[in-house]
Design a protein around this ligand. Structure first.
Ligand code: DON
Length: 576
C-alpha cells in the first residue's frame, strides 16, 4: 500500500520546500487546493468557521483552542448541523505526550424516557415523534463537550474563544448559496414552530444569497456561555429557557437532566490496517468498530488491479460493509447499558465472517445475520479537523441529527434542538431515518446515549501523525471514512481526489448498493447487477474534511466541494 504513501512523502518533501519558499510571505491563506502549511490547518464545511480557526491559530492558540472556536462558530454559520443543542464525538492527540483519547459529548435520553415512548396504542412506532419537536430531543452535550476539551488542553481564555461566535451571531454574516439552498430545502420544517420561524424567517422570507443574517438571541446565549461557562447552559438562564420550551411543547428534559449531563473521556478504539495505526470512536458510536471491521475484512485482498470505481472493488467493499452493518444491528449500543462485544474485531471472528464473502456473487442480506462474536468481548451533521505545529490533532464530528435537528428553537435562547432520540432503536427491527435497524443493545433507557455512526478518526503511519478525517452522512459516515482511507492509501489518490471521489454505500438492510448519481458508468452498474446487487442511484452525500500531515511536519488540508467548505492554513509571518 504505501507505494502511494512513499510517493506522497517524496512529493511533499520536494513540493513542501518549494511551497514554503513561495507561500511564507506572511500570515495565513485561504485555499481550496493542496498547499502545505507549517503552523496549522483547519478544514470545515463553513469557510467562515474555518477562518475563525485560522485566526485563533495565528494568534498563538493551539489546535484545541481553534476547535472550541470553530465549534461555536459552526453553531452560528452552519445551523443545519453546527450546534449548541446537539452533541458529538472528538478524537484528539496531545502533541506533548502523543497520547490519543476520545471525548464523547453525545446526547443522552432524559430520565423521563421510556422504551415505548414513540409507540402508539397499537404498539406501532411513530417516527414523527422521534424526529420532530420536543419529544425527539436528547439532553444536549456540545457545550459541556467543548468546555471539557478546552479545560484539558486549551491555552487561550475560554471567553475569547466563545465570544468570536457571539460576535458573528450578533453582527450577522453573509449567507452563501449553500445556506440559502438549505433554508430553501427545509422551508416547511423551519416554519412549523413559531420560535424557529422567528429566527429564520421572521417576516415570512428566508435570508437569501448575499443577505446578512444575524441571530440576536443566539448571540446572547453565546455571550452568556462565554462569561459563565457551561453553567449558563446546564443550570443558568439558558437551562430555564430550555426547560420552559420542553414544558410548552411536551418534551421531557428537566433541570435535573441538564445538571447531571457529563461528557465522557474514553480510550480510543485502536486497530491497524496495512502499516497504518487507526484511532477512532468506541461505542456509543458504532463508527470505530464498523470502520475497523470493514477495513480488517478487506485487508487481505489485493486491490492493485482495480480503480476506486471498479465493480470488483465495489462488490468486495459492499460485501464487507454488509457484514459489518449486520453486526451493528445487534451488538452495538451504549456500553454503560450493554456489553458490547469487543471481539467484533478479533481476527478469528473476522476470518469466519470473511469466509462468507464470495468474489463472484453478492450475498443476500436475508441470509446474512449478525454474527456471534465471543462474549468477551439531506440530512446533516458536520465534521471538522484541525492540527497545529505542536503535533496536536483534533477530529470532531458534531450533529443535531437531521438538518436543523428537531426543527425546534429554544425561545429567547436562539438555538435549535437535536432530534437525536431517533438514533435509538425506537422499536426492535423498526428502521430509523437512516434505514438502520437495532434491537436490545440500542433500546431507549433513561440516561442512555443513543448509538451513533459518527467516525471522527486519526491515522498514524509508522507512529507518525498522518491523516485526520471524518464526515457527516448518517449511516453512510462509516463507509465514507473507510473509502477515504482506502482511496488515499491503497489507490494513491491525492487529498483533493480523495475528498471528491464518487461514493457508494451498502448497509446490509436495505439490501442495496447506493451509488452517487451520475458518477458511475453504465458498464459498472451492469457488472454490479450481474453479481446480484440491487443498485439505487442517489444524490451526492457526505462532506469529507481531511488533513494530511507530512513527515516533515508540514500540513495540508482538503475540504469536500459537496457542501462548499474550506481548508485554511497558517504559516509563520516571519519566514520569507
Ligand atoms: O449519530 C449519528 O450517527 C447520526 N445522528 C448522524 C446524523 C448525520 O450524520 C446526518 N448527516 N448527514
Amino acid at each position: 500500500m504505501l507505494k502511494r504513501y512513499s510517493s506522497t512523502v517524496r512529493r511533499l518533501g520536494v513540493v513542501g520546500v518549494m511551497l514554503v519558499g513561495l507561500l511564507f510571505v506572511g500570515g495565513c491563506d485561504l485555499f481550496k487546493v493542496t498547499k502545505l502549511y507549517e503552523l496549522g490547518v483547519v478544514v470545515s464545511v463553513s469557510p467562515i468557521a474555518s477562518e475563525v480557526g485560522q485566526q485563533v491559530l495565528s494568534q498563538g492558540g493551539n489546535a484545541f483552542d481553534a476547535a472550541v472556536a470553530v465549534g461555536f462558530a459552526l453553531a452560528v454559520t452552519y445551523p443545519q448541523a453546527g450546534n449548541l443543542g446537539g452533541g458529538g464525538f472528538a478524537v484528539v492527540c496531545d502533541g506533548n505526550s502523543d497520547l490519543v483519547v476520545t471525548l464523547d459529548f453525545r446526547e443522552m435520553a432524559p430520565e423521563g424516557a421510556t422504551e415505548g415512548m414513540y409507540l402508539d396504542e397499537n404498539g406501532k412506532a411513530d417516527d414523527s415523534l422521534s424526529t420532530r419537536g420536543a419529544l425527539a430531543v436528547g439532553v444536549p452535550g456540545t457545550v459541556a463537550g467543548l468546555h471539557a476539551l478546552w479545560e484539558n488542553y486549551g491555552t487561550m481564555p475560554w471567553s475569547d474563544l466563545v465570544n468570536i461566535a457571539g460576535r458573528l451571531a450578533d453582527t450577522g454574516f453573509v449567507v452563501d448559496q449553500f445556506l440559502a439552498d438549505a433554508f430553501d430545502g427545509h422551508r416547511s420544517s423551519l416554519v412549523e414552530f413559531e420560535e424557529t420561524r422567528a429566527v429564520f424567517s421572521p417576516d415570512g422570507v428566508f435570508p437569501g444569497v448575499g443577505d446578512r443574517f444575524a441571530q440576536p438571541d443566539l448571540a446572547r446565549s453565546l455571550y452568556q456561555i462565554a462569561a459563565e461557562g457551561p453553567a449558563a447552559f446546564y443550570s443558568g438562564s439558558i437551562a430555564d429557557s430550555l426547560v420552559a420550551c420542553m414544558e410548552k411543547h411536551g418534551g421531557l428534559i428537566s433541570h435535573t437532566d441538564l445538571e447531571s449531563y457529563r461528557p465522557a473521556w474514553r480510550p480510543p478504539l485502536k486497530f491497524t490496517f496495512d502499516s497504518l495505526t487507526i484511532y477512532s470512536m468506541l461505542p456509543p458510536s458504532s463508527g470505530g468498530l464498523m470502520l475497523g471491521q470493514i477495513l480488517k475484512l478487506l485487508e487481505p485482498y489485493d486491490f492493485s488491479r482495480y480503480t476506486p470505481d471498479a465493480p470488483e472493488y465495489i462488490h468486495l467493499f459492499c460485501e464487507a460493509s454488509r457484514l459489518a452493518y449486520a453486526d451493528r444491528s445487534k451488538h452495538l449500543g451504549d456500553p454503560a447499558f450493554y456489553d458490547v462485544p469487543m471481539s467484533l474485531l478479533d481476527s478469528a471472528y473476522l476470518e469466519g465472517r470473511r469466509d462468507l464473502i464470495s468474489l463472484k456473487e453478492a450475498n443476500s442480506s436475508v441470509e446474512i445475520l449478525p454474527g456471534n462474536p465471543l462474549p468477551y468481548e439531506s440530512d446533516q451533521t458536520t465534521h471538522y479537523s484541525i492540527c497545529d505545529s505542536a503535533g496536536n490533532m483534533v477530529s470532531i464530528t458534531t450533529t443535531l441529527n437531521a438538518a436543523f435537528g428537531s426543527g425546534l428553537v429554544v425561545a429567547g435562547a436562539g438555538f435549535l434542538l437535536n432530534n437525536e432520540m431517533d438514533d435509538f432503536s425506537i422499536k426492535p427491527g423498526h428502521p430509523n431515518r437512516y434505514g438502520l435497524i437495532g434491537s436490545e443493545a440500542n433500546r431507549i433507557e433513561p440516561g442512555k446515549r443513543m448509538l451513533s455512526s459518527m467516525t471522527p478518526t486519526l491515522v498514524f503511519n509508522n507512529d507518525r501523525p498522518f491523516l485526520i478525517l471524518g464526515s457527516p452522512g448518517g449511516s453512510k459516515i462509516i463507509t465514507i471514512v473507510a473509502q477515504a482511507i482506502i482511496n488515499f492509501t491503497r489507490f494513491g489518490l491525492s487529498l483533493e481526489e480523495t475528498v471528491e471521489q464518487p461514493r457508494f454505500h451498502h448497509q446490509w438492510l436495505p439490501d442495496k448498493i447506493y451509488l452517487e448519481e451520475q458518477s458511475f458508468s453504465q458498464a459498472t452498474i451492469q457488472r454490479l447487477q450481474a453479481y446480484g446487487h440491487q443498485i439505487k442511484e442517489r444524490s451526492r452525500y457526505g462532506d469529507l474534511e481531511m488533513i494530511l500531515i507530512a513527515p516533515t511536519g508540514l500540513m495540508s488540508g482538503a475540504s469536500d466541494s459537496r457542501y462548499g467548505g474550506a481548508a485554511v492554513g497558517c504559516n509563520s509571518p516571519t519566514i520569507n
